[in-house]
Ligand binder design. Structure first.
Ligand SMILES: Cc1cc2nc3c(=O)[nH]c(=O)nc-3n(C[C@H](O)[C@H](O)[C@H](O)COP(=O)(O)OP(=O)(O)OC[C@H]3O[C@@H](n4cnc5c(N)ncnc54)[C@H](O)[C@@H]3O)c2cc1C
Length: 388
């Protein structure tokens, strides 16, 4: 009896190939320019969604999604991130809010907000991080005060992917009943989306702040019940955000490795010998390959576990380990690659510095690597290390 099967289904292979072809033909040629002069290409996001491999990947068809599954989403996002990591970040973060609405929203909210975002017609963000520290996610200082049938919101969020581009924003805020989750639409008075920060990595993903200034929101916009906000946000971050980040990191590692290997085969020294033929170089390549292969297998396992119906609570350990590992590998691989390519490694036309800058962003995004280590430590020892 075969218990462990590493093969992909024909459908998964097909979706991966669709993503690869799109990424190579339509994303890769624009990636350098979009890094230099960052604008978020909504048209390209829409095209990815039309191909059935975008924001709606894990959203049920009845809400405008494609229901291709978590493993297929990871496979597809790896291909997209290989060509342009910022689009990998967009596919990582936009569905988080949809997932949260799917599991905590009421039917009216699901029908109102999910389909247009799943089809790439609108953009959504989930805003949890505050200036007081993203790792301390429970320390929410944004306040939603109940006044009659409305909530009046004051506070600010930072480092929110696509903040200035978002049409729909889900956010955490403190209410009388604890931390709660709300949904608000662009154009609501007192809601200031953006501007984007000047960042060094994933630049076209337009990460920026959000402010609420006496922003009046009807009580129907509460998602779930008061006090469920943290649980809801963490479900989205763990089951959708971290797997997205994992795929982005693997995509960066693979792209860097492929470029570097090709360069080392082409580069001839010592009377026409390829650099790739030097044992010292091969050892580094071998190390890079081992870590990327391990990253990929861990990533696939996370997708597979989620497809088995496991929740973020049940497989928090596997997800945290994979998130931190794949991010560390992406950073390390990009760093080593630049060294292997000598002075060519830092030329802008070679893109390795862009990939390194993008790789560095995979650490903080979706729960910092150290926070993943902290979660792992708690799972392994039964002791939460916070508080000394
Ligand atoms: C590209 C990008 C996109 C993002 N998109 C979003 C988004 O869409 N929505 C959103 O809400 N947020 C988003 N974030 C914010 C992200 O969630 C936070 O950056 C992250 O949670 C870390 O918070 P911080 O940056 O405030 O760092 P801090 O929390 O201040 O942490 C700083 C450092 O301390 C370490 N650290 C923290 N706690 C511990 C501990 N207990 N033990 C050991 N080390 C610790 C961290 O690992 C980190 O290295 C994004 C961030 C990035 C970089």
């Amino acid at each position: 009896m075969v218990c462990l099967d590493f093969s992909l289904t024909p459908e998964q292979e097909k979706l991966k190939n669709i993503a690869k072809e799109f990424a190579e033909k339509e994303l890769a040629p624009k990636a350098r320019e979009l890094d230099k002069n960052p604008v978020f290409p909504r048209d390209l996001l829409k095209r990815i969604c039309e191909l059935g491999i975008g924001v709606g990947a894990i959203i049920p068809k009845e809400y405008g999604g494609n229901a291709i599954g978590h493993l297929a989403r990871i496979l597809v996002n790896i291909e997209i991130a290989k060509a342009s990591a910022f689009m990998g970040l967009a596919l990582q973060t936009i569905p988080i809010g949809l997932w949260v609405l799917l599991h905590f929203g009421n039917e009216e909210q699901k029908k109102k907000y999910i389909p247009e975002v799943a089809k790439g017609e609108k953009i959504a963000c989930l805003a949890a991080t505050e200036p007081t520290g993203g790792s301390d996610i429970a320390n929410v200082n944004t306040v939603a005060k109940k006044v009659g049938n409305n909530y009046v919101v004051n506070g600010s969020k930072v480092f929110i992917t696509l903040a200035p581009e978002s049409d729909v924003c889900l956010f955490t805020a403190k209410t009388e009943g604890g931390v709660s989750l709300f949904v608000v639409e662009k154009g609501t008075e007192g809601l200031i989306l953006g501007p984007a920060d000047e960042r060094e990595g994933l630049r076209a993903a337009k990460v920026g702040g959000i402010r609420f200034k006496d922003c009046k929101i009807p009580e129907e916009n509460l998602v779930g019940k008061e006090g469920q906000g943290l649980r809801a946000a963490l479900k989205g971050i763990t089951e959708v955000g971290r797997p997205g980040n994992i795929a982005m990191a693997v995509g960066i590692s693979e792209a860097v490795f492929e470029r570097t290997l090709q360069f080392l085969k082409d580069r001839k020294l010592y009377g026409g010998k390829a650099l790739a033929g030097l044992q010292g170089i091969q050892f580094t390549l071998a190390d890079m390959y081992m870590e990327i292969e391990a990253s990929k297998l861990l990533a696939y396992k996370v997708g597979w576990l989620l497809d088995q119906g496991k929740t973020g609570v049940e497989i928090g350990k596997e997800i945290a380990a994979t998130k931190a590992y794949t991010s560390e590998v992406a950073k390390k691989v990009a760093f080593k690659a630049i060294s292997l390519c000598g002075a060519y490694g830092t030329l802008p036309g070679f893109d390795l510095i862009r990939y390194l800058r993008d790789a560095l962003e995979t650490d903080a995004s979706a729960g910092a690597n150290n926070v993943c280590r902290m979660l792992l430590g708690r799972e392994l020892t039964g002791i939460l290390s916070l508080g000394g």
